[in-house]
Design a protein around this ligand. Structure first.
Ligand code: FES
Length: 87
């Protein structure tokens, strides 16, 4: 029997999904989400949907996406991001 991802395993890696999926419907990985959060001024799940596609399906991942957003916004800003530096 082939292993498949279920809602319980979406936020972890498994033998069939080497990349950690944050949105199973749109196949968006944690790496893609974290890169988007680092490089874009995403402040809502709607922003994440717009820029990565994550959350644009069944919406079951919205709570998880919100947790990533909350973790990112809770981080102290020690230095401005290089992408936000003046030209
Ligand atoms: S798991 Fe993200 S929209 Fe369905």
């Amino acid at each position: 029997m082939e292993a498949t991802c279920t809602a319980e395993t979406l936020s972890t890696t498994c033998d069939t999904c080497p990349a950690r999926m944050v949105c199973h419907c749109l196949q968006v990985t944690e790496d893609v989400l974290l890169r988007a959060l680092d490089t874009m001024n995403l402040v809502s799940v709607k922003d994440i949907c717009r820029h990565t596609g994550a959350g644009d399906g069944c919406t079951a991942c919205h709570r998880r996406l919100r947790k990533y957003l909350d973790q990112r916004t809770a981080l102290p800003m020690t230095q401005p991001s290089p992408s936000l530096s003046p030209i």
